[in-house]
Design a protein around this ligand. Sequence first.
Ligand SMILES: [Zn+2]
Length: 398
Amino acid sequence: MRFRQTKKKVSTMSNIFQSELVKKHPSLPARIMKMDTPHGDVLTPAFMPVATRAFINFMTPNDLIETESQIILGGNTYHMLCSPGMETISTLGGMHKFMNWNKPMLTDSGGFQVFSLSKNGKICKIDSQGAHFKHPNTGKLIHLTPETSIEAQKIIGADIIMAFDECTPELGGREVALAAMERTHRWLLQSKEAHTKNPNSLYGFKQALFGIIQGGSHRDLREMSAEFVLQADLDGIAIGGEIIGFDMAKTSEIIDWVRPMLPENKIRYTMGVGLNPQDLIDVVAKGIDIFDCVAPTRNARHGSLYYGKPILKDNWLTFESDQDKNHLLIKKSIYANDDSPIMEDCECHTCKNFSRGYLHFLFKEKSVAYSQLACVHNIHVMQNVCLVMRELILGEPG
Ligand SMILES: [Zn+2]
């Protein structure tokens, strides 16, 4: 594949990726990390809204900035290969320029989508080389291997790219988890080799490569995988697998197994965590720095609005409110004539400007405006929880 090199100036961007510890919680593994990327700094804990297909439904980059989002997960490799395709992305100057998002960005290697698709053997097949699937519209066969995934991620041009992995299914048992882990390890080395040949994006700035720990729910496999990923000495460490973010008790246990092995100066990323605000509080307490999840925007679109705030409890936080499950269902008729915002002390654009009554009306009318306002609120709640965690760790409660 050859793609036109755009003449985008990189002189205004730094060409580094660095991460350093800012401060640790006095009694928990929770911490603040500073991550320098070519598109700016990130202070963790930081939630990454997910723009898998190079957009978040109903949200503009300005909306994302309004929610205090510092970094997003933008343009997943699998989806970008399908549409709009690498030629369009390279011609239009890479994902930052394409989406008009000028802040830090992480992209995924396509491993997770391959995992989802391979459940249907007719669409996608996995072998030792990689994954082979048919383009959903054209039927053209696409081969996703560690090398083609890294090459595509260089064209996408995110600040952080991921080693190609096989997401471990939970139902297969130990044998399946072991096979997925071993394959992930081989692919990690191939991903590293492809990245090391040219650590820059197509647009000239240096990209960070993160490795992914697999191993399912098996302690010995998780520890073995952590050791392997650490030996590869990449820029950051992710914890992946179907169970992560899905079963939070197990997620916390898995983090506890591997965290003692992880170096202090590298970013730790749990993939797919953030079904609700409490989940962020739980993984940060265990020493995790960044996370992503589609749930806040999906919940918002379906009428479930996060409601509550982080309360100090035993030197840490818990997300609490007087609402069932800490959310408010805007479709309920009790909100039809309610003049108050979703949450009185929420600083988001939606709560500062619109009533529950109006949002209830927009939801009933199936207005696109509802989805935008609801997504802004839910993402803002997630980012505010991150802010309160940072303030607590810094010892400067807001
Ligand atoms: Zn709000």
